[in-house]
Write a protein that binds this ligand. Sequence first.
Ligand code: ADP
Ligand code: GN1
Ligand code: MG
Length: 358
Amino acid sequence: MKDRLAAIASRFELQGPIAEIKPLGEGFINDTYIVRTEGDAPDYILQRKNHVVFPDVPGMMDNIKAVTEHIKSKVEDPMRETLTVIPAKDGKLYVEDEGNWWAVCLFIPGTMSYDRADSPALAYQGGLGTGRFQSLLADFDKPLNETIKGFHNIRWRFTQWDETIAADPAGRVKNLAEEISWIESRRKEMLDFWALVEDGTIPSRISHNDTKISNILFNESDGSMLCMIDLDTVMRSTSLNDFGDAIRSYTNTGAEDDKDLAKVSMDIEMFKAYAEGYLKERKGTIAQSELDWLAFSARYITYEQVLRFLMDYIDGDKYYKTAYPEHNLIRTKAQYKLLQSMEEQYGQMCRIIEEAAK
Ligand code: ADP
Ligand code: GN1
Ligand code: MG
């Protein structure tokens, strides 16, 4: 395996001999490695991109290249404030090898990443990070490829959902009446929200679409936000996806797959801190219709996540990496508990947004 990874890494334009390659991070989709080089040469991130999830890896890499070039043209420190894609020796932005697709970017030293937010100060920095990412891309006007069809489009998710339930490939539907009712009872309200995105009431923007806390780097020196990473899902959609998904991640007092549901709830202080950071960066560019639905976006994305985990469980665990047989069901229950906690605190969430937007 090591030799194979080294052989693949050497097909990219690396600036020094490889010293070691080690797995990194806990992503659910790709396989990520750090490639350490000898001497003063930079280190790199090598990723095997999940070709089932991302059918058009060349299109995805074109998106990442275009978006990062745009950010580089606007920031003070272009090698640290966004990712740098390293091309293969043949000039392509990826290497295809026996049905696997690989890509490399520069490893940014002196940074920290987290799986959980441990303080409002960190949540505030995270909010600044997402807000700044969107602000930097506000004037990006090139077309982007749709790397995953209908990624946060609940109308499309319901099409998949209905088909999966009808097919019931793992024979699990019969035991899931309660969990399925969680989805069905909220179907209309989620479609009503998405209709506002479809009819343009909520404007379309460049969004990251996977803003969980492990997808942003912070400066090791002072904890300040540095840059958004894991750009595979950058597409044109609504900015609300990014706020909502980050709230789902930063405010959870438990783990995304907590077996102890008593530990799972939305921490309103984290919500406030994240919202303040986010709105500080987006004031002036955010539309009133986005502000009106900002708090709801957390419920929307968390609901969508309940649906996606449950749908994958019904489908026989084909999409997300799982560590044990019931993992997707445990994730479903934990995310549903989080959703309920958001619903209970919704009035307060709306008031916080109103206050922070002043
Ligand atoms: P995955 O798809 O596996 O989630 P990510 O791109 O999110 O992959 O990377 C996983 C982890 O690797 C991140 O949470 C971060 O800790 C680290 N990482 C990724 N890219 C970089 C980078 N360019 N510089 C430094 N660390 C990185
Ligand atoms: C996946 O790839 P990763 O681990 O950053 C997923 C997100 C989910 C998240 C749940 C492309 O993110 O949409 O919200 O898991 N990414 C994709 O933790 O489906
Ligand atoms: Mg990631």
